[in-house]
Write a protein that binds this ligand. Structure first.
Ligand code: PLP
Length: 291
């Protein structure tokens, strides 16, 4: 996330981010017993608001934590963050942890109120030019846990994977498990094969990405078929177009994989069509939130 965050929201109140404090006994800190969301804001409007809240509620259900806020309350928090952080283009980060208990115990005693935290970072607006979205990636073995469908803050494997990618001069690690594509360390991966855009089926091995859902909606508008289908490593390596989808990064075109060019080493024709459609549909898919 880019910098520039000023006003945060913590457990019911807006406050300067630098003044936000939580207990060291918070279970999010001790156990990563917490889930999160990252929501883009384009020109002051929250992108795919309901889809992010659907996924947040799903993650909370999977970790047996009741939703701490109603949808209306979330919308009001987002509206307040957007207004207080200058509107424009932002990324909202929100996290719900199981809160702080007096003793460290793996099994929660069920006495803590959840800690609910959100802040907004200023980000540059995405450029219209698809060539601005070209990136290099490396492949890595998917060393993460078995419930990657939960948007958990337990991201140590993702941290190490992306760090290793950066060491290799790349932006993202594209992950392989048992010779099959799963996803990126912080993105969904789509591969063009025989003119069809494929992404691995939803399972506990991948996060239900909100941007990947956007692709399923906009691809038919560009005349591109988009399907969930298993992608073997050989198909990934043989593909002429590989693209990444994420709330934080939008759509990006993978032009080099493990140091070798993908296609002709530039964003391909399918990406160019999809990116234009994604860029133009940002307003359609976003919502004004009031406090
Ligand atoms: N997969 C992983 C592991 C992620 O961390 C992310 C986003 O952070 C995604 C996929 C993409 O999800 P979304 O499009 O909702 O950002």
């Amino acid at each position: 996330m880019a910098g520039g965050a000023d006003i945060a929201w913590l457990d019911g109140a807006f406050l300067p981010l630098a003044q936000a404090r939580i207990s060291p006994l918070d279970r999010g800190f001790l156990f990563a017993d917490a889930v999160y969301e990252v929501l883009p804001v384009y020109e002051g409007r929250v992108y795919r608001l309901e889809q992010h809240l659907d996924r947040l509620e799903r993650s909370l259900r999977e970790i047996r934590l009741p939703p701490p806020l109603t949808r209306e309350a979330w919308r009001s928090v987002f509206g307040g963050l957007v207004a207080r952080n200058g509107r424009g283009d932002l990324l909202i980060y929100l996290q719900v942890s199981r809160g702080a208990e007096p003793e460290r115990s793996h099994v929660p005693r069920g006495i803590a109120a959840p800690t609910v935290f959100a802040f907004a970072s200023k980000v540059p607006p995405p450029l219209a030019d698809p060539d601005s979205r070209a990136i290099a990636c490396v492949t890595s073995a998917d060393i993460r846990w078995g419930r990657c469908d939960i948007k958990s803050t337990a991201l140590l494997a993702n941290v190490l994977l992306k760090w290793r990618a950066q060491d290799a001069g790349a932006v993202e690690a594209v992950l392989l498990r048992d010779d099959m594509l799963t996803e990126g360390s912080s993105s969904s991966v789509h591969v063009l094969l025989d003119g069809v855009l494929l992404t691995p089926p939803q399972s506990s091995a991948v996060l239900p990405g909100t941007t990947r859902d956007v692709l399923f909606e906009i691809a038919p508008r560009c005349g591109i078929e988009c399907r969930q289908e298993a992608v073997p490593e050989a198909a990934l390596r043989g593909s002429g177009e590989v693209l990444l989808a994420s709330a934080g990064g939008g759509l990006r075109s993978v032009v080099a994989l493990d140091g070798r060019p993908v296609g002709d080493g530039r964003p391909g024709p399918a990406f160019r069509r999809l990116y234009r459609c994604w860029w133009e549909s940002r307003r359609e898919f976003s919502t004004e939130c009031s406090e």
